[in-house]
Design a protein around this ligand. Structure first.
Ligand code: DGP
Length: 140
């Protein structure tokens, strides 16, 4: 039986809004609603695969091609020089949305970013739209 549609499939289908920073035929990227730091972005294949090991080679290749490029634009937009990429598979491995995604998390000079234990705070939508636009413009 098919899984229920995830929140990310709804974003991909345009049913709920997001602060989009990138889209092509196979991949979408948008700001995380609960960021660890400004610029925290989710890079998501359009293919509705639950975990990375189930993802097709075509979607995997498409993700690999854009991750460095999107990371560069996020670094330029936020002024960060360091960042983490994390990718969770399964509820015991901290996955909460069951549609494959990569987190790009800038490590800001003020220390915000990925910390242990994990700490995030809700997004500011007004600032987020300006930031998403700036990342879109900085994509080379
Ligand atoms: P994970 O724990 O790896 O499954 O991360 C899921 C991330 O998805 C989490 O950081 C919050 C984010 N998220 C959940 N719902 C939404 C949403 O509706 N919009 C956006 N932009 N992000 C979401």
């Amino acid at each position: 039986m098919e899984d229920d549609k995830t929140i990310f499939s709804m974003i991909i289908d345009g049913e709920i809004p997001c602060h989009k920073v990138y889209e092509d035929d196979l991949v979408i990227a948008f700001l995380d609603i609960n960021p660890f730091s400004t610029g925290h972005t989710l890079v998501v294949p359009k293919e509705a695969s639950r975990t990375l090991d189930k993802l097709s080679d075509e979607s995997s290749g498409a993700l690999g091609r854009v991750l460095p490029r999107i990371s560069r634009a996020i670094l330029s937009a936020t002024g960060a020089e360091e960042f983490n990429i994390i990718q969770n598979n399964g509820p015991n491995a901290f996955q909460s949305v069951f549609h494959v995604h990569f987190h790009i998390i800038p490590k800001l000079k003020d220390g915000r970013g990925l910390t242990f234990p994990f700490r995030s705070s809700p997004i500011n939508h007004e600032e987020a739209e300006k930031l998403a636009e700036s990342i879109r413009e900085l994509l080379d």
